[in-house]
Design a binder for this molecule. Structure first.
Ligand code: NAD
Length: 505
């Protein structure tokens, strides 16, 4: 696709798009609102050169890590496999960038859609170089068979590729994850000096970058859910205090925070795929100084994605959700880890907050703070027999016209990691893409986006936002935000769905 317009300029390296952003400023005057539409000029400058990207996964030997790595290799080498349902071709279903489309305009009266990945140049996932760490020493072929996610025949076909991949030894702070993980921790960096640990991880990153001749590296935590660290401004509040706390091996510095710091200090963006509070203020300051991004928290895969759709639909229809009861049972290692109360608490928190802003937006349905406090219950049970085929059962009870009740009972069954792997890939590809975008407001100097990459909220269960920016959980708003930004950067018109060109020519 090529955009022909007076508002875009392109050379060999950059695409610059001029965009008049229309918003409405609201002033409150007693009980009246005064709405003042306004226009602000933005320029978006996208570097169209695609870098050689390396990715280091923390928890590489887990269900997500092995499924992602194997899935990409299956696509790269077009590996087919057989099951009782026949022969299967690899695909990227579940990936926003690879398998979803964007409307770019209208041809006569027909709407034209193209793949998300084709609107602007993005890294091809098959070109990513993978590496990473795990506290378990299994090579990725054995780890994939332990995970029991991918069909047996595909596991066998991937074995020659995966058995060569062995995770680096990792940092293991047993106090932060469930005690039941101890039996797999045979690949651990010795000692308890946290500064030494940080330096080893930094060296691993630098070596990986150099030996693979990479332009950039991104780190992503897909290791076990940790308990929340007890956040303290004196320990985690600034970059300086955080570094001092690492030097003194403070007990409330988690392994994930060490990885986040190492990433920032090596000039790499860091993504947290689990719910815990890894990205403490000191990490954000380190990232800011290094000019890299941080994003989190917790992948938004099946149940929560659905929740933020259904609740948005109800509230948008003027129907009042009064209770959401979510049961999960799962039998994979994630479920085993979550069976310890401290780790469950981290997950409960990120699963619970995901509808708050949707409810708060509608003061007709929820005029008081008390009414906003709906029954939202999260239950997670470890049941080994279920394996990675997680079962999620949700009951939504809503109040309708004249005090009536509407109840939805939703049953969601799927391999958890088959949803998570394409989503992790999107996080990586989009994070890399955002590193190539700069903007200028009202002809000011070009700058990069804020350090906390809340643009990725579509993919996160508890999206982290830059301070002062409210979090959006609504799935359609999150997706529209991403799609519109890509279109604006490409110089395309944002779709307001009025379809006037179709109705009136
Ligand atoms: P998993 O237990 O299969 O994999 C985690 C891996 O991390 C294991 O191999 C473990 O050995 C390793 N590990 C633990 N501590 C480590 C450390 N300090 N350093 C390096 N490796 C370490 O879990 P999974 O199913 O792959 O999920 C990974 C994470 O993603 C979990 O926190 C989970 O809650 C989160 N998550 C998963 C989904 C999903 O749909 N699969 C959705 C949202 C969030």
């Amino acid at each position: 696709m090529k955009v022909q317009s007076t508002t875009t300029q392109q050379d060999d390296h950059f695409l610059i798009s001029d965009y008049d952003y229309k918003s409405t400023n609201i002033e409150k005057n007693g009980d009246k609102y005064i709405a003042k539409p306004q226009i602000t000029n933005f320029k978006f400058k996208t570097d169209t050169r695609i870098p050689k990207l390396g990715v280091m996964l923390v928890g590489w030997g887990g269900n997500n890590g092995t499924t992602l790595t194997g899935g990409i290799l299956a696509n790269k080498f077009n590996i087919t496999w057989n099951s009782k349902r026949g022969t299967h071709q690899p695909n990227f279903y579940g990936s926003l960038t690879q398998s979803s489309v964007i409307k770019i305009g209208t041809c006569n009266t027909e709407e034209v859609f193209i793949p998300f990945k084709d609107v602007l140049p993005m890294v091809n996932p098959c070109d990513i170089v993978f590496g990473g760490w795990d506290i378990s020493s299994l090579n990725l072929a054995d780890a994939m068979s332990r995970a029991q996610v991918v069909e047996y025949d595909l596991q066998q076909k991937l074995r020659p590729y995966l058995e060569k991949l062995v995770p680096l030894p990792s940092i293991y702070y047993p106090d932060f994850i469930a005690a039941n993980q101890g039996d797999r921790a045979d690949n651990v960096i010795p000692g308890d000096n946290k500064l030494e640990h940080l330096n080893i991880i930094r060296k691993n990153i630098a070596d990986f970058k150099q030996s693979n001749n990479l332009d950039k590296v991104i780190l992503l935590w897909t290791a076990n859910t940790e308990r929340f660290c007890v956040e303290d401004p004196n320990v985690h509040g600034t970059a300086e205090r955080l570094m001092q706390s690492i030097e003194s091996s403070h007990p409330e510095i988690s392994a994930s925070t060490i990885f986040a710091c190492a990433a920032c200090l090596e000039g790499c963006s860091f993504i947290n795929g689990s719910p815990q509070n890894t990205i403490v203020p000191g990490v954000i300051e380190l990232a800011e100084k290094a000019g890299v991004f941080v994003a989190g928290d917790d992948f938004k895969t099946g149940q929560t994605k659905f929740k933020t759709c259904l609740v948005e639909y109800l509230v948008g229809a003027g129907i009042k959700p009064k209770a959401i009861i979510s049961y999960n049972h799962l039998g994979n290692n994630d479920g085993k880890n979550l069976s310890q109360e401290s780790c469950f608490k981290s997950k409960e928190r990120s699963k619970k907050t995901c509808v708050d802003d949707i409810l708060e937006s509608n003061r007709v349905l929820y005029p008081t703070e008390e009414e906003l406090n709906i029954d939202h219950t999260i239950v997670i049970k470890y049941c080994p027999e279920t394996g990675d085929s997680k079962k999620a059962m949700d009951e939504y009870i809503a109040e309708i016209f004249l005090g009536g009740r509407q109840t939805f009972a939703v049953y969601n069954v799927c391999e958890d990691s088959l949803l998570a792997a394409p989503l992790i890939m999107d996080l990586l590809l989009l994070c890399e893409f955002f590193e190539r975008i700069q903007f200028s407001k009202d002809a000011s100097e070009y700058q990069r986006f804020d350090t906390v990459l809340s643009w990725l909220s579509y993919l996160m269960k508890a999206p982290k936002s830059e301070s002062g920016i409210t979090t959006i959980n609504s799935l359609s708003r999150q997706r529209a935000m991403l799609e519109n930004l890509v279109k604006v950067c490409a110089g395309l018109t944002i779709d307001d769905n009025l379809r006037l060109e179709v109705r009136y020519g």
